[in-house]
Design a protein. Structure first.
Length: 84
């Protein structure tokens, strides 16, 4: 699993902490530290309908998780799924 985010976002550190606490294996991809990661994230954001509402709200869309099944889930759903 991949989690796209940035440490500049107040929601990303709590997601990292939750996933680590629960022992979830994932790769954190910091969109503000690597241009290739930013491009990869923007490709997802620009082409996946899951981001439509987020873009309409003027949000960036992080943190978001890309599961091994290519499902995209966002902050609240990540918490709902892993904070059990």
């Amino acid at each position: 699993m991949k989690v796209y985010g940035t440490m500049l976002c107040p929601d990303c550190p709590p997601i990292k902490e939750l996933l680590e606490k629960k022992g979830v294996e994932y790769e954190f991809l910091n969109i503000t530290e690597d241009l290739m990661i930013l491009k990869e994230f923007l490709e997802l954001r620009d082409n996946r309908e899951e981001f439509d509402i987020i873009k309409q709200e003027g949000s960036i869309g992080v943190p978001c998780m890309l599961t091994d099944d290519k499902e995209i889930i966002f902050y609240e759903e990540i918490i709902d799924r892993f904070d059990k």
